[in-house]
Design a protein around this ligand. Structure first.
Ligand code: PLP
Length: 337
């Protein structure tokens, strides 16, 4: 990848924000952990960045806290509104409680119950509205306008992107040997934009590969069209990434920093959840297993051996009851690596 100067400036801007993001007042430095059986099965070294171990069981706490902590005292006093498929909601709820900010959080009616409980238990006002994220988003934007509260986007905000980018800062410090690619799950593109900006600035030879659900592949559609398109429909099995349009700030980075985007099916996600379980005894939510499913696809497609890949295990917020379905699909589909 070679950047023109304007692009290099944009990356530098994000690197500075990432280095200055005070996320560790709330987030933790998560392990970068080998996945031994998967590594053997795939013939490549697979490392998992365990973002499922954050206080809210997903990386979203990083961006949410970095955004809220930087609001002016006046904005903090008026409160915040957000729309979220559930993980950003929990991040905002926890960050808001920590900072003494009132938070109203709109989630789609289909949000898994444990995510709703995760928000309410942290003292935020949770409202269920709309069949999927785009409807919840429209409602939240209206609410922000009517109430004068600050809208906090789950992905389309430079402070949120910078917060998520701290994941990459940790990866490059934790793994200083050869690194061929980082596989990143993509919903609205905040996580991949933060990671890509940091990595392409410092180690541009490391490939950044986005992985989307085939039912919400809004980054792939935008890259193909060379503009942000709105998907006509979005599937919600991988509810953490069920977004119809890539964020504008994220796309600005992704259009020149993301090397490749892969899509995976729901069955491939179920199989990847089992692969992760077998190696770590952790249970990823469907979105949390996207990156591993993407690595399996990439290795099968390109027939590569002996490389080192990082997968972001991005979240673990899955309803216990859904595991029955996941286990059944994984058994039917099989989990060859
Ligand atoms: C939000 C989320 C993603 C995607 O992050 P974006 O910044 O929206 O691209 C991936 N996995 C999980 C578990 C998430 O909650």
């Amino acid at each position: 990848m070679t950047c023109v100067p304007a692009q290099q400036n944009l990356l530098e801007h994000y690197v500075r924000k990432i280095l200055a993001a005070p996320v560790y007042e709330l987030a933790v430095r998560t392990p970068l952990q080998p996945s031994p059986a998967l590594s053997v099965a795939l013939g490549n070294q697979i490392l998992l960045k365990r973002e499922d171990l954050q206080p809210t069981f997903s990386f979203k706490i990083r961006g949410a806290y970095n955004k809220l902590v930087q609001l002016s005292p006046d904005q903090q006093a008026r409160g915040v509104v957000t729309a979220s498929a559930g993980n950003h909601a929990q991040g905002v709820a926890l960050a808001a409680r920590e900072l003494g900010i009132e938070a109203t959080i709109v989630m789609p009616a289909s949000t898994p119950e444990l995510k709703v409980l995760g928000v309410r238990s942290r003292g935020a006002d949770a409202r269920l509205h709309g069949a999927s994220f785009p409807f919840a988003l429209a409602y939240a934007l209206d609410l922000a306008e009517q109430t004068g509260k600050t809208f906090v986007s789950p992905f389309d905000d430079p402070d949120v992107i910078a917060g998520q980018g701290t994941v990459a800062m940790e990866i490059l410090r934790q793994h200083q040997g050869p690194l061929d690619a980082i596989f990143v799950p993509v919903g609205g593109g905040g996580l991949i934009a933060g990671i890509a900006a940091y990595v392409k600035y410092l180690r541009p030879q490391v490939r950044i590969i986005g992985v989307e659900s085939e039912h919400s592949a809004c980054l792939q559609a935008a890259l193909e069209a060379d503009q942000r398109v709105i998907l006509a429909s979005v599937g919600t099995f991988a509810d953490g990434v069920a977004v119809a349009q890539i964020g504008s700030h994220g796309f600005e980075v992704c259009r020149f920093c993301v090397d490749e985007v892969l899509t995976v099916s729901n069955d491939e996600l179920c199989a990847a959840i089992k692969n992760i379980y077998d190696d770590t005894r952790s249970i990823a939510e469907p979105s949390g297993a996207l990156a591993v499913a993407g690595i399996k696809k990439y290795v099968a497609k390109n027939n590569v051996r002996g490389q080192t890949f990082v997968a972001i295990e991005s979240g673990a917020n899955i309803n216990f009851d859904s595991l029955r379905h996941v286990a059944e699909r994984a058994a039917l589909y099989g989990t060859p690596a």
